[in-house]
Ligand binder design. Structure first.
Ligand code: SF4
Length: 531
């Protein structure tokens, strides 16, 4: 099996958005940060492959380019990975070729081209103790150093993926059990990761010491929840009673679809081992202050999810309410950029007692393979996804609520679309602070110079997107809304105060909680590409 290469993106030329606006045809109209992966695992169910298929479907928003499932019948692993959405990657015949009571699955987002199947996960390999499958969400920040060390020691890599570095570390470990080898390997890696490992008869789920990426535990009905162990430090805590099936997933929405019950989020630095003897919870050796990705609440997670005890929907409404307190304006109607802007627009409109309307309608049937017309149509890309409702907008002072602005190109088209539909004034409000810094922890982001807020003031961005006014939520306002704290409790304007709330907000603040290798040519974002 050959996998793809990890390569640094080439540095883009300096972008002057004000004087040299990008051409629509050059740009992806989906101007967002993208979560790169979702993971799902199940232990102890006769329909493990079918339930993993459904679980991945519920996590589809976390990655749309490829999907994969590895199952185990207790003696060997079975693998299927394919390009496309989950429903395209699998059919009933393929699922029937995936027998067994254990499974892990993965959905992946990528912007890379035709050979990206080589990068689809889970990976499955044979090694001295048997077979091992692995999939992950996140990014190992010391993967390059580890790879160089392993290669110097004779390891031969088929890819440059973080996952393969982990596979080599497990294979070379001198520990005598799979569990101890995984633990040994994890002691060498740094970064942000939610990982699933599966051998022939064991499922292991791990969340990194800072808990940057989410991962939660569920159980199918019939279980005895009181027997589910909490994180208990270095000492394993055996189950006293068995459940029908255990499930781990990036978000609890995956549980809802299959009728499973949410049990709890894995804690930062927790390693959960599920095998024939039950479930044990261990803590990784590295200790660190938690830094959960705050962007999960702003955009990545589904609004019907809850993460670390907080409803994503309610948090987004609170973001809108806080934004209304910070940046009120008189207007006739508040409209969201659907779908992610809807809850915060509801919160913003309610706080200011301005009518909320769906002034933009999203088409949910646009795939990546859509054939564009040969003759250019104005704002074609955005119009494929969004269309204005003239009767709501005509003659009105309109506030558009969106979750973020990345390059500004889509916002510019949306403002123009709303104005063309007859709006008298168009004001933009953003329910997060300006995104000024790239993410190095498993999120696909443009280079820093492509982030419009990294080099332009709010007034300049407002001019570029042609809005009558533009305002962003403050950093402390966002942290306060997400954490449920207000004022001084939300962060008090200091890094120490914000750190105490337990979130990563590096793409807004530049305060990176995990060290990474200094950028080469101004950039060090890792991305899987084909070979
Ligand atoms: Fe999330 Fe931003 Fe931190 Fe990346 S840098 S983990 S997107 S908050």
């Amino acid at each position: 099996m050959r996998f793809g290469l990890i390569a640094s993106k080439l540095a883009a030329p300096v972008v002057n958005f004000i004087n040299d606006p990008p051409r629509a045809a050059d740009l992806d109209d989906d101007d967002h940060f993208h979560d790169e992966c979702g993971v799902f695992g199940i232990y102890g169910h006769p329909e493990a492959a079918n339930l993993t298929y459904l679980g991945l479907h519920a996590l589809q928003h976390r990655g749309q380019e490829s999907a994969g499932i590895v199952t185990s019948d207790g003696e060997q692993l079975f693998v299927h990975r394919a390009m496309g959405l989950v429903q395209d990657a699998f059919d009933q015949a393929q699922l029937e070729k995936l027998p067994g009571r254990f499974a892990i699955g993965h959905v992946r987002y990528s912007t890379t081209g035709g050979s990206a199947l080589k990068n689809a996960q889970p990976f499955a390999v044979d090694f001295a103790l048997g077979s091992l499958a692995i999939c992950h969400n996140g990014n190992l920040t010391n993967a390059e150093e580890l790879r160089a060390e392993l290669e110097a020691g004779g390891s031969i890599f088929q890819s440059s993926s973080d996952s393969e570095v982990l596979v080599h570390l497990v294979a070379r470990s001198r520990q005598t059990t799979v569990e101890d080898r995984i633990s040994d390997a994890l002691g060498r890696v740094k970064g942000a990761y939610s990982l699933l490992f599966m051998s022939e008869d064991m499922l292991v789920a791990v969340r990194d010491p800072r808990g940057v990426r989410p991962l939660c535990l569920g159980i199918l009905p019939g279980s005895v929840r009181s027997s589910t162990p909490r994180l208990s430090g270095a000492k394993a805590e055996p189950l006293t009673s068995r459940a029908d099936a255990y499930i781990v997933a990036s978000e609890p929405t995956a549980f809802d679809l299959i009728g499973a019950e949410f049990v709890r989020d894995l804690e930062p630095g927790e390693m959960l081992i599920i095998d024939a003897s039950g479930m044990r919870s261990l803590r990784l050796a590295e200790r660190a202050a938690p830094h959960m990705c705050i962007f999960e609440y702003v955009y990545f997670a589904r609004p019907d999810s809850h993460i670390q005890g907080r409803s994503v929907y309610e948090v987004r409404k609170a973001l809108g309410e806080t934004l209304a307190r910070e940046h009120p304006i008189d207007a006739d109607v508040v409209i969201p950029v659907p779908d992610s802007g809807v809850p915060s627009a509801i919160g913003y409109a309610a706080a200011l007692r301005i009518p909320f309307e769906m002034g933009l309608i999203r088409s949910h049937y646009v795939g990546r393979t859509f054939i564009e017309p040969q003759q250019s149509i104005r704002h074609f890309g955005v119009r494929l996804k969004l269309n204005p409702v003239g009767t709501i907008l005509r003659g009105k002072r309109v506030i558009i609520l969106d979750d973020s602005i990345v390059r500004g190109t889509t916002s510019r088209k949306i403002v123009k679309m709303v104005r063309d539909a007859g709006a008298r004034e168009v004001h933009m409000r953003i329910s997060s602070p300006p995104t000024q810094w790239p993410c190095y922890y498993g999120i696909d982001t443009p280079t820093r110079r492509e982030l419009i807020a990294s080099s332009h003031t709010v007034d300049e961005i407002a001019r570029y997107i042609t809005a009558d006014s533009l305002a962003y939520l403050s950093l402390d306002g966002m942290i306060g809304a997400v954490s449920g704290a207000q004022g001084a409790d939300a962060g008090a304007g200091t890094r120490e105060g914000r750190d105490a709330r337990g979130y990563c907000h590096a793409c807004f603040s530049g305060d990176y909680p995990i060290a990474f290798t200094p950028p080469v040519n101004g950039k060090r974002q890792m991305r899987l590409v084909g070979v």
